[in-house]
Design a protein around this ligand. Structure first.
Ligand code: 9UX
Length: 72
């Protein structure tokens, strides 16, 4: 089952940051689409909740050195 989550991302200072997060998430198993907007510090992630959880996504982003907080 596919779910969509929106995160507030902290710690991004240049465009390579957002591209990096996007790339890593899009390569992560269970993620069908990830878009990260540097200007709005927003990330929209579509993922399969049978494969990973919202917490797994947050941990993945955290590991890269950024902060993620769910918007809902
Ligand atoms: Mo830009 Mo982001 O030099 O971690 S890639 S600040």
């Amino acid at each position: 089952q596919y779910d969509e989550v929106e995160f507030d991302i902290s710690g991004m200072t240049c465009a390579a940051c957002s591209n990096r997060i996007e790339k890593v998430l899009n390569k992560t198993g269970g993620v069908s689409n990830a878009t990260v907007n540097l200007a709005t510090e927003n990330a929209v992630i579509e993922y399969n909740s049978n494969v990973l959880s919202e917490g797994d996504l947050i941990a993945r982003i955290d590991n890269l050195g950024y902060g993620a907080t769910a918007k809902e």
